[in-house]
Write a protein that binds this ligand. Structure first.
Ligand code: LLP
Length: 423
């Protein structure tokens, strides 16, 4: 459910006409709906109401400060993967005791920063990382709270680029070795093993891979908590099941948060543990659109192209994953249907939002909404071809706020220097 709907034939974000935003802010522009965010967050959080849990919003999906501030105010924690994301989470008043730090390549400075901030835990992805973390923690006179990220070797049945829990992926510790790794971790002086973690992929559209992964992690947990390792003083208090719940882009039918929660809660029976969840897409994906303007309709003998002012630099998902994004006219139309590629201005043939899409024939100046662009949209944007990044707009009822202004040409060259010899 989201709040981008037609009223009198014109698409609105909540009570604000998208046409008004296009006129006042320009295009391309990201537009988010606060009511949608609130609803998604609350539905997700309340699905887990019967168990002790922390929702840690996955900052990589959308890291705009206004949105993060909203999550912090709702009581959300944050799943972060870099020093920059720690910085953002702290900036919005996020509670460090609800921050979890994942990622296979954490750098020393990032680790020190997070240690000094006092985050809840590091999700450790390898033995070399464990050793480094111990050393770095000792250097700053602290104990690093960690959970081991287990790679359970489960196929999440999603795009290979966003599938993370199979044996060949770079993520997590092989489940076969996990007990040994656990023993190693438990023996390190500046490491405190407080949890276990698992994230198998993104845009999952059925519960079964989650259930299978949880069952495997549970085998490990049962050995550590009640089995042969109990005497080694396991202090495991957190079970982090990552993110990954999919959304409807086109014709997918992902489970609703309730169904997902019920399946997970069933798998937790008998465990006295705090559950951590790291949702990203399911909260923000359908809470945002990319508003674009048609520049030209170009027809060749072979094809028709709708050329718009946004491109792969603004929203890379179709180019990178071949993913489907629905595209709707901002003003409803009865114009004839054509089959066309919707493409951007970037000098690459991979620069498209849609291929062979049936669409009402638009004309120059028409506005289109690329739907489901709230997750991994702006956060993956670049300045390729020296396009300034688009603004981000947050709608709240009948008001809107520019929560990140459009970049200028000066922003494009910020930090670049011509050396004296070339002046
Ligand atoms: N936790 C960890 C450790 C992750 O790696 C991710 C996403 C999440 C949580 C959040 O997953 P979500 O709930 O959003 O599925 N750029 C890609 C998605 C990359 C996902 C990376 N990891 C896309 O646009 O589809």
């Amino acid at each position: 459910m989201h709040h981008f709907e037609y009223r009198n034939g014109e698409m609105h974000a909540e009570a604000v006409p998208l046409k008004r935003i296009a006129k006042e802010v320009g295009t391309p522009a990201y537009v988010y709906s606060l009511a949608t965010l609130r609803r998604h967050y609350q539905v997700f959080d309340s699905a887990f109401a019967q168990v002790r849990h922390i929702v840690c919003f996955s900052v990589k999906a959308n890291s705009n400060l206004a949105l993060l501030r909203f999550f912090a105010k709702e009581g959300s924690g944050f799943d972060i993967v870099s020093g920059g994301e720690v910085f953002r989470a702290l900036k919005v008043g996020g509670d460090p005791k609800k921050i979890v730090f994942s990622g296979v390549g954490k750098k020393k400075e990032e680790i020190e920063y997070a240690l000094n901030a006092g985050i809840l835990m590091f999700n450790v992805e390898s033995e070399p990382e464990l050793v480094a973390l111990n050393e770095i923690a000792s250097g700053v006179g602290k104990k690093a709270p960690i959970s081991l990220r287990i790679n359970p070797d489960v196929d999440p049945q999603t795009h290979p680029y966003i599938s993370t829990g199979m044996k060949k992926a770079k993520f997590g510790v092989d489940i076969q070795r996990s007990i040994e790794t656990y023993k190693r971790a438990a023996a390190l002086k500046n490491i405190d093993v407080v949890g276990v973690d698992c994230h198998i992929g993104s845009q999952l559209t059925s519960v079964s891979p989650f259930v299978d992964a949880l069952a495997k992690v549970r085998e490990y947990l049962d050995r550590v908590l009640v089995g042969e390792l109990k005497k080694e003083g396991a202090q495991i208090r957190y079970l982090d099941l990552g993110g990954g719940l999919g959304i409807n882009y086109h014709d997918e039918t992902p489970p609703l948060p309730d169904e997902y929660a019920r399946a997970i809660i069933r798998g937790l029976e008998g465990l006295d543990i705090t559950l951590i969840l790291e949702p990203g897409r399911v909260i923000v994906g359908n809470a945002g659109i990319l508003l674009i303007e048609v520049q030209f309709v170009k027809e060749t003998e072979a094809k028709k192209f709708v050329i718009v002012d946004g491109g792969m630099n603004d929203l890379i998902r179709p180019a990178l994953y071949g993913s489907y994004q629905a595209i709707q006219p901002v003003v409803e139309t009865r114009a004839e249907k054509i089959v066309a590629d919707v493409v951007g201005p970037i000098c690459e043939s991979g620069d498209f939002f849609a291929k062979d899409r049936e669409i009402n024939r638009p004309k120059r100046g028409d506005l289109l909404a690329v739907m489901s662009a709230g997750a991994y949209g702006f956060t993956m944007a670049s300045n390729y071809n020296s396009h300034p990044k688009p603004p981000e707009v947050l709608v709240d009822g009948d008001r809107y706020y520019v929560v990140r202004k459009r970049e200028s040409f000066d922003d494009l060259i910020n930090g670049e220097v011509i050396p004296p010899a070339l002046q």
